[in-house]
Design a protein around this ligand. Structure first.
Ligand code: TYM
Length: 353
């Protein structure tokens, strides 16, 4: 089966963007692909010291466990897919360093997400945030993933991953020396890394903030009102939808250039995947905002209810989550070590005696 890898940062509660753009897309892939889903906690600590994570290590611990439990609650089946915590597989950090040393600074300087974060945080950004896409490349390349299901915002990081893979292969995995070395170590002789492809959904690839339809829904937005978290109770969802930004056009569908309206309709369709999108639009076409908002809120609540229920079960069952993560981590370590061993050998490190 072709391989997939994806991950979400445990920097807080997962929101509808993470769910619609990534997590919910992973679920149907489990039958066709061999899947690795990790909670990328090493990425989470790239946030600078003003961030809530740095104020308490309990935050990171709790969010890591809660993210893993949400993967399961949303339908990732530990019997079919490998669920693990990134920091439990030290190969991620090590390969990240090897790739860092092959990566030109210019490639990193082009990363839009970093530029955006730097613009909003000023000098308060760390080196880890700058080199974060290299760690992401390591995550993907360690598992030989062919496909990487992500939201639109990660497209450029996937391109970088492909560039890094190609550069490493060209630099270290050509020539007879490499082949001879591989044979002597009983390692495969094909290039170490496979170039992965991004898999980006159409609907939900970019869920926007509830308070500004031109910026994406994000965990780092200081305003809670800007996002719906997957674990928000019904009343909180009702409040957030009620207060969310709208516009002054008549009707909620039609007319160009209405980022808020487009976003709310996108969410409305995405939380009702079994209904025909055209029929959904027809059903709300004649409503005004005051009528539409409660309908939207109830659709979101209804969609999330079974996930929230399952989440409580997963968290409530003593030792279950830990067992899943232990097995997932063991399997991930096996796969990742194999790739890391080859990368180290190709670069010329003396194998461990
Ligand atoms: P993160 O944690 O910011 O987001 C996790 C996933 O959710 C998607 N996403 C969105 N989709 C639609 N609308 C939104 N508003 C929205 N916000 C987030 C993201 O595209 C992503 O798919 N660098 C990654 C995590 C990562 C990773 C990886 C992903 C680390 N290593 C390896 C794939 C493979 C990130 O920060 O995602």
């Amino acid at each position: 089966k072709p391989r997939i890898l994806s991950g979400i940062q445990p920097t807080g509660s997962l929101h509808l963007g993470n769910y619609l753009g990534a997590l919910s897309q992973w679920v149907p892939m489990q039958d066709t692909y061999s899947c690795n889903f990790c909670v990328v906690d090493l990425h989470a600590v790239t946030n600078t010291k003003d961030h809530k994570l740095q104020q308490s290590s309990d935050g990171l611990r709790e969010w890591t466990l809660s993210s893993a439990a949400l993967y399961i609650a949303a339908g990732i089946d530990p019997e079919k897919s490998n669920i693990f915590v990134q920091s439990h597989v030290s190969a991620h950090s090590e390969l990240s360093w090897l790739l860092t040393c092959t990566c030109p600074m210019g490639w990193m300087d082009r990363m839009i997400q970093f530029k955006e974060k730097k613009a909003s945080k000023g000098d308060n950004v760390g080196l880890g945030l700058y080199s974060y896409p290299v760690l992401m490349a390591a995550d993907i390349l360690l598992y030989g993933a062919e496909k990487v299901p992500v939201g639109e915002d990660q497209r450029q990081h996937l391109e970088l991953t492909r560039d890094l893979a190609r550069r490493f292969n060209d630099q270290f995995c050509t020539g007879s020396q490499y082949k001879k070395l591989c044979k002597s170590l009983s390692l495969p002789t094909y290039p170490v890394f496979r170039e992965p492809e991004a898999m980006i959904v159409k609907e939900g690839a970019r869920v926007m903030s509830l308070t500004d339809g031109t910026s994406k829904m994000s965990k780092s937005d200081p305003s809670e009102a800007s996002r719906i978290n997957v674990l928000d109770p019904p009343d909180v969802i009702r409040q957030k939808v009620k207060r969310c930004k709208t516009d002054n056009f008549e009707g909620i569908i039609g007319a160009e250039d209405r980022p808020e309206a487009r976003n709310l309709i996108t969410i409305f369709k995405a939380v009702q995947p079994d209904r025909d999108p055209a029929e959904i639009e027809a059903s709300v076409r004649d409503m005004n905002w005051g009528q539409f908002k409660p309908v939207l809120a109830e659709a979101v609540i209804e969609h999330l209810a079974p996930i929230q229920k399952r989440y409580e079960e997963v968290r409530g069952e003593e030792g279950y989550l830990e067992g899943v993560l232990k097995r997932g981590g063991d399997r991930a370590n096996e796969q990742a070590d194999e790739t890391l061993k080859r990368a180290r050998a190709a670069m010329g490190f003396v194998p461990r005696f």
